[in-house]
Design a binder for this molecule. Structure first.
Ligand code: EPS
Length: 382
């Protein structure tokens, strides 16, 4: 399976093409639109989100709401459409790069004199397309009881240490939170932190925890580096704009503890098979799923555009200048969480199709049932 995206932040459409997706999967357009709405939500989002009302238009790959096995193409119209493919627009030239954005590296790479030609594509607006693809993958994964959920662990200097009981606990608790939190008291402090950043003309990042539940043992592989499930997930998640770190299970904390205190001992229980009492590995050992929930953390840096801008240099005359103040989010941690859910659904679907085939849902389901039987007999006492 492959996901390709196209579109500029202020172009006419954001486009997604999902290729290699199996035939026979029921797709509900309403679900994709709900996911798109979630990406637009969250305390700290900027004014662009009050202009847009992202809605998907599936233009190929489905017949009567069922996938055909052909490439699925999806369009989302940008209401704030200012740049055109065949018509000249009147947008002013941008010549001062924002520190931490793609502006300067992109201008140098493509020898640009107008930074707009870089920022239009590097804008996080493109993640609309990833959410469309992720929403298709989430619907596929539900056929096998696989669910994805996320919550905000921290914003700026505020962090929560509340642990969810299970994935449904995350889903239920985040429903009532405008910061996608499961910790009410910390959510209040995070909200205050964002309000203070807004007053100071600043921006904030944060930490997200991501859960993927219902994955049976054996997705991914220990046989080749790029087939490892953790490598695939990390690559998909690091591809999200502003994500600067990904941890699997204990992550960086592994480096500070002993093996005897951190590895998950293996037990055997009749009827249940091999079990673990802990999940420090985050559900992945040797690049393969263990059957425990997959638990990941993501670090998002603060948004690059500041209302109180940083020092920069004009790329045309090389004179010192302040970075431009353009419309932006103060904190997009909630959007980032739903984009992360989408990217992990894409990664898990890819590994799932690698293991069980990718032509039709019927064939995949039959391979899946056979594998389940194999796992059961492997876990049985002889
Ligand atoms: C975004 C749309 C963009 C930005 C933001 C995310 O809209 P505009 O550029 O018109 O304000 O608000 O993009 C960035 C954070 C970025 O770094 O480019 C969206 O749809 O999520």
């Amino acid at each position: 399976m492959r996901v390709l995206t196209a579109g500029e932040s202020h172009g006419e459409y954001i486009t997604t093409i999902l290729e290699g997706f199996p035939k026979g999967v029921s797709i509900d357009e309403k679900f994709i639109n709900q996911e798109l709405r979630k990406r637009m939500s969250g305390f700290g989002r900027g004014k662009r989100m009050s202009i847009e009302s992202d809605k998907v238009n599936i233009v190929s790959g489905l017949r009567n709401k069922i996938t055909l096995g052909s490439p699925i193409a999806m369009l989302v119209k940008n209401k704030d459409n200012k740049i055109f493919t065949q018509k000249k627009d009147s947008l002013p030239i941008l010549s001062v790069p924002r520190p931490s954005h793609a502006d300067l590296a992109g201008a140098m790479k493509y020898q640009e004199t107008d930074i707009r030609n870089i920022l239009e594509r590097s804008s996080a607006r493109e993640t609309v397309a990833r959410v469309c693809a992720g929403a298709i993958c989430k619907q596929f994964l539900l056929n096998f009881g696989i669910k994805v959920a996320s919550f905000t662990l921290g914003v700026g200097g505020v962090s929560s240490d509340k642990c969810p009981k299970n994935i449904n606990d995350i889903i239920n608790q985040t429903k009532i939170s405008k910061l996608n939190c499961i910790d009410k008291s910390k959510e209040k402090l995070m909200t205050k932190e964002i309000e203070s950043a807004a007053v100071a003309g600043d921006t904030l990042g944060g930490v997200i925890e991501l859960w993927i539940d219902g994955v049976l043992p054996g997705l991914g592989s220990c046989m080749q580096y790029d087939k490892r499930l953790d490598a695939k997930l990390a690559s998909c998640l690091m591809g999200i704009p502003a994500v600067k770190g990904v941890e699997v299970g204990l992550g960086f904390d592994y480096a500070r503890v002993k093996g005897s205190d951190s590895h998950d001992p293996i037990y055997y229980k009749e009827g249940k098979g091999f079990i673990r009492k802990t999940n420090n590995s985050g559900g992945i050992e040797g690049g393969m799923s263990t059957g425990s929930p997959i638990v990941l953390k993501l670090a998002m840096k603060p948004i690059a555009t500041l209302a109180k801008p940083l020092d920069s240099v004009n790329i045309l005359n090389k004179k010192a200048a302040k970075a431009p103040v353009v419309r932006s989010d103060i904190c997009a941690i909630v959007a980032c969480a739903f984009i992360a859910e989408s990217m992990s659904a894409i990664a898990i679907t890819e590994s799932f199709l690698e293991k069980f085939g990718s032509d039709t849902l019927r064939e995949i389901s039959s391979n899946y049932s056979n594998y389940l039987k194999t796992l059961k007999s492997f876990s049985k006492k002889s």
